[in-house]
Design a protein around this ligand. Structure first.
Ligand SMILES: NC(=O)C1=CN([C@@H]2O[C@H](COP(=O)(O)OP(=O)(O)OC[C@H]3O[C@@H](n4cnc5c(N)ncnc54)[C@H](OP(=O)(O)O)[C@@H]3O)[C@@H](O)[C@H]2O)C=CC1
Ligand SMILES: O=C(CO)COP(=O)(O)O
Ligand SMILES: [Zn+2]
Length: 359
């Protein structure tokens, strides 16, 4: 299928945003109403995970069937190209008229890309506020230790039940806050690339990404376990951050050197931590490299209760250093403060000064 957005020139910008965005207590019950309104509820393919199938997947399947629709569930584990292929084929076999991504970042990304392959809309239903891919049109797919950000499609609707999200393990919410806070360094990297390499830069997108990070740091004292109000703050900032990516047409405003560090850790660490946790810790170190206020990032994470050290993430100090050394090779086309790479002694110094590893 031809992707019309490829015809984009400097003189024209094609941005995709969701049509319906529901954020609030018990909005999960509105799934049938949204499907009916959009006329996409007859054959629904539902992508979820092994935990989230019980948190929300089956409940949504029942609601769709009571609404007269046919609903097939796929419980998925990895956001890999093979999984995208498998889900695309299963969705096509069902002749699905919509996909629902229910759960974590992985399930949402799989639904995002597979639905695009099937040329049908998809709805994003996060069960945790753990990442900013909830709203964006990008899908992060991982294979052979590589991580690629694909242009997929924006969800036609987002249904974020803040009551359900507040009951998810707090670690996930804290990680989502970290993913957004890390925008401080993504934006700096983007500005650097625009100055050094004349890379296209969108001020409005950068401002959105920066503002979403500010939303979290300015209300860090309000982010507490089990509070619906905390889930609401996190979801709103994730929505803004994801929108920044849709405006940019790339993950640039929300993914710089700190994300490359996290992707490197995913490859290196025996037991990687959560995406948002790793990006946030990476952001402390990259802010130090930028010569900025890295302690502001660290303090916000401490206040929220997100990890700020290797030990708290369950990662060895050596793995942190290795990831710092390898980060610039992860996405070489993306220019960042890491340039052509760090020396081992510089990597050790950065991690020690910022208290990520013990001196
Ligand atoms: N497209 C984009 O723009 C972006 C994409 N990403 C991608 O998203 C992924 C990270 O997402 P993230 O969600 O942090 O991590 P994961 O996708 O690894 O999911 C974390 C875990 O949380 C579980 N979980 C989710 N909700 C609940 C709940 N309510 N109760 C209990 N367990 C729950 C999931 O269960 P289950 O096994 O059921 O899934 C999963 O095991 C990465 O692949 C990253 O690259 C991140 C940011 C932006
Ligand atoms: O995680 C993201 C933004 O928070 C998306 O970024 P990537 O392009 O690094 O996968
Ligand atoms: Zn991220």
């Amino acid at each position: 299928m031809h992707d019309w957005r490829e015809d984009e020139t400097a003189a024209m910008k094609w941005m995709e945003f969701p049509r319906e965005v529901l954020i609030g207590k018990n909005v999960l019950n509105k799934v049938p109403d949204v499907l009916n309104k959009l006329k996409i509820g007859k054959k629904v393919f539902l992508v979820t995970g092994k935990n989230t199938v019980d948190v929300a997947g089956r409940q949504i399947q029942e609601m769709i069937e009571e609404n007269g629709g046919v609903c097939e569930i796929c419980v998925s584990e990895k956001a890999s190209p093979e999984e995208v292929q498998k889900i695309t084929e299963a969705g096509a076999a069902l002749e699905a008229d919509s996909f629902l991504g229910i759960g974590s970042g992985r399930s949402i990304d799989l639904a995002k890309l597979s639905s695009k392959n099937c040329d049908v809309p998809f709805i994003s239903i996060p069960t945790a506020a753990s990442h900013d891919g909830i709203v964006s049109s990008r899908a992060s797919i991982h294979s052979d230790g590589k991580s690629e950000s694909f242009e997929a499609q924006a969800p036609i609707a987002v249904i974020a039940d803040t009551e359900m999200i507040s009951r998810a393990p707090f670690r996930l919410l804290a990680a989502g806050c970290g993913d957004v806070i890390s925008n401080y360094t993504s934006v700096l990297d983007w500005e650097l690339a625009s100055r050094h390499q004349n890379e296209p830069f969108s001020r409005s997108s950068a401002m959105m990404a920066y503002m979403s990070a500010d939303m979290i740091t300015n209300s860090a004292d309000l982010i507490r376990p089990g509070l619906e109000s905390s889930a609401r703050i996190a979801v709103k900032s994730l929505v803004l951050s994801g929108t920044a990516m849709s405006v940019a047409g790339s993950s640039r405003p929300a993914s710089g050197a700190e994300h490359m560090f996290s992707h490197a850790l995913d490859r290196i660490a025996k037991k990687p931590a959560l995406h948002g946790e790793q990006c946030a810790v990476g952001s402390i170190m990259m802010m130090y490299l930028h010569g900025g206020d890295w302690e502001k990032i660290r303090n916000a994470l401490l206040q929220i209760g997100a990890p700020t050290t290797a030990k708290e993430m369950g990662i060895d100090d050596e793995e942190i250093i290795e990831a710092l050394l390898r980060a610039h090779t992860i996405r070489p086309e993306r220019y960042t403060i890491l340039g052509s790479g760090l020396t081992p002694s510089a990597a050790e110094k950065i991690a020690a000064v910022t208290k990520v590893i013990t001196e």
